[in-house]
Design a protein around this ligand. Sequence first.
Ligand code: AMP
Ligand code: ZN
Length: 118
Amino acid sequence: MSDYNDQKYYDENCIFCKIIKGDIPSSKVYEDDYVIAFNDIAPKAKVHLLVVPKPHVKDIMATDDFLMANVLEAIKSISKKLDIADKGFRVINNCGASAGQTVFHVHFHIMSGNLTDF
Ligand code: AMP
Ligand code: ZN
């Protein structure tokens, strides 16, 4: 297993790395050794947060099984904590600019309530 706290997994130009480091503020909902989750700054649903693995990997294609297993467990924990597990929620990942990815540090949108089709 890689040491994901190693400096090489941090990109000084990445806004999510800065949030993970605590250099810029966020509305944090969840954190463990490998994953952080915070509310999206421009919510598109009643509940809209971002689940972000701590290492700087640019998109889902660059993830590994270990990281994704931690993301999945975090999603389950967060959905229970926020009481949306029973109500239902979406998990969305945009991979690549043409798919709408704007921050190139892999992340998963959790959205619940007042969802519109898109
Ligand atoms: P994507 O378009 O899939 O790359 O999603 C990037 C998301 O990051 C967008 O929904 C933005 O609103 C959100 N975002 C960008 N900067 C911040 C920030 N500083 N804090 C919270 N969310 C952010
Ligand atoms: Zn990053």
